[in-house]
Design a protein around this ligand. Structure first.
Ligand SMILES: C[S@@+](CC[C@H](N)C(=O)[O-])C[C@H]1O[C@@H](n2cnc3c(N)ncnc32)[C@H](O)[C@@H]1O
Length: 357
């Protein structure tokens, strides 16, 4: 077997392994919850066989595209295997130890159980919640340390493949600036969390200047450990609200934003889009990735409608019914395209040239 086929096989095996591990974790933890904390069991329907088949089909299409993009050089193949595996393995037991407090919060509908020492005035009210029933919400190092593993489990090992779907439209969008040196281009990742997306962007765009913002100091600390330890590379990470970004108007050539919008109320979603428009240079591109919605993926409607019953996601139901394209148009974006990849929809939108802010 030739070397490239071996790499492909290794990638497929890794994805299969992650998928099995994710499913096994969910099944085991669900059985344990049923036994130890039966009142915390969510009231959801089992997924019918034909829908499971459709899910598998959609997941296989994502994996195929993920490989194809790597094969065509959108990002290096090494990116397909990139993760702090040892760190995740060491932290995995903590995911189990954290489960009972998650169940208790779900059972008692406690959704505002966040650390008392934080200065709540610096955060918008919608943020001060236990999204996903997560211990401490987004407001502790403990939460930041478990987040990536929990997301990988949630998506059966496809979270990074879904995040990578922003890279092709991002690179296409930046082609407008090929007359400038790459190192003069700025790419901002909004709500960067633990920095997985920034790491991916770095692998695809080795020279551009990278910046990330997030409201969580703890998540940014985790991102910094992950991003700024390698060969002197430096990514500027700033704690800020995406609704009011601390950047000059027209200062970025591209903005990415992954898995934020479903956690925002409607008005905040629009504020963030308006703010992205302000901060982008004319000709700049916004790449937005978030959950698929009812209008583009009606075949998965039962799964989307059950999601917020399992995890505390107070704005998810509103999000899946929201019209993001109209919001982008309201913010004056043009050349809007969108594509769905398994559980993620990716929008690309451009700030037109010749229309001042
Ligand atoms: C579901 S996580 C997504 C993180 C990351 N983009 C990823 O792909 O995993 C949502 C992130 O949005 C951040 N966040 C929520 N509201 C925000 C706001 N108004 N401004 C900046 N960050 C925000 C949270 O702190 C959290 O890190």
């Amino acid at each position: 077997m030739s070397e490239p086929n071996l790499t492909k096989l290794a990638y497929q095996t890794l994805q299969q392994g992650k998928s099995i591990a994710g499913l096994a974790h969910k099944q085991l933890s669900s059985k344990l919850m049923e036994f130890l904390e039966p009142d915390a069991m969510p009231n959801t329907k089992p997924i019918p066989a034909d829908l499971l088949k459709e899910l598998r089909h959609s997941m296989a299409a994502l994996e195929k595209l993920d490989w194809q993009d790597a094969d065509q050089g959108v990002y290096p193949k090494s990116q397909l295997f990139e993760a702090p595996w040892l760190e995740w393995a060491a932290r995995y037991p903590l995911v189990w130890l954290d489960l009972p407090s998650t169940w208790k919060r779900r059972k008692s509908k406690q959704t505002r159980d966040i650390p008392t020492q934080i200065n709540s005035e610096v955060y918008p009210d919608y943020y001060l919640q236990n999204f996903h029933h997560q211990t401490d919400g987004y407001l502790s190092d403990h939460s930041a340390g478990l987040y990536d593993i929990q997301v990988e489990i949630l998506f059966n090992g496809t979270a990074d493949s879904m995040r990578r779907r922003i890279l092709n439209p991002l690179k296409r969008g930046l082609k407008r600036f090929t007359d400038r040196p790459s190192r003069s281009l700025k790419v901002l990742d909004v709500a960067t969390g633990t920095g997985r997306t920034l790491r991916q962007i770095r692998s695809a765009l080795t020279e551009v200047e990278l910046l990330g913002i997030d409201l969580s100091g703890a998540y940014l600390r985790q991102a910094s450990r992950y991003l700024n330890t390698r060969r002197g590379e430096f990514t500027q990470l700033i704690r800020a609200n995406a609704e009011r970004m601390p950047f000059e108007s027209e200062s970025m050539q591209a903005i990415t934003c992954v898995f934020l919008f479903h956690e925002l109320p409607r008005n905040a979603r629009q504020n963030v889009l308006d703010e992205c428009w302000r901060v982008l240079e004319p000709g700049g591109v916004l790449i937005l990735a978030d959950s698929i919605q009812l209008a583009d993926s009606p075949q998965f409607s039962s799964i989307l409608e059950d999601f917020h019953k399992i995890f505390h996601e107070p704005y998810y139901n509103d999000y899946i019914n929201d019209d993001i394209e109209t919001r982008l148009i309201n913010s004056k974006f043009e050349f809007i395209t969108a594509q769905s990849h398994f559980m993620t929809r990716v929008w690309s939108a451009t700030k037109p040239i010749n229309r001042g802010a």
